[in-house]
Design a protein around this ligand. Structure first.
Ligand SMILES: [Zn+2]
Length: 157
């Protein structure tokens, strides 16, 4: 008899949250619109961030530097975007929310997800509470935030 080992940790139902006993470490994250986007073995707030854009780094493949995070992304792959970075260009293959199409992250290799060493999640794109805007939603928007502030000051004059 072949031994059947279920390696499926994730429930197919987005309503079913992992119970404390079966998957204590699994965290579920939602888009601002409430759509289930990510389940991962660690809080994304505790993960390292890119200096370039503040995006949260999910290690997608094992390497000498460490083991891959266990995570599943529920997102739609979009068109690649070419960005200018100091010292060159960067191609990003964006992931979008399947419901509201908001961009929630990217990787630097073509789909499917995890085809490259890392998957990046935009700072403030996801919330652990369904339907709630994450507290850091406006972090890392230095330039824009200042511009907005000036606009607001002028508007309230
Ligand atoms: Zn959404």
């Amino acid at each position: 008899m072949p031994k059947v080992v279920s390696r499926s940790v994730l429930s197919s139902s987005t309503d079913a949250r992992p119970t404390a006993s079966s998957a204590a470490a699994l965290r579920v994250y939602y888009c601002i619109c409430g759509e289930f986007i990510l389940v991962i073995d660690k809080t994304i707030a505790s993960l390292p961030r890119r200096q370039t854009d503040g995006a949260i780094i999910l290690r997608a493949q094992d390497s000498d530097a460490g083991k891959a995070r266990v995570f599943k992304l529920n997102a739609v792959a979009g068109e690649p975007v070419l960005l200018e970075r100091s010292g060159g260009h960067e191609r990003q293959f964006r992931f979008h929310c399947p419901r509201c199409t908001l961009p929630i992250g990217y990787q630097t290799t073509p789909p499917p997800a995890k085809s490259g060493p890392y998957v990046y999640i935009f700072a403030g794109a996801l919330s652990q509470v369904q339907g709630q805007v994450p507290p850091d939603a406006f972090d890392g928007e230095d330039g824009d935030a200042n511009a907005e502030k000036i606009d607001t000051e002028m508007a309230t004059r």
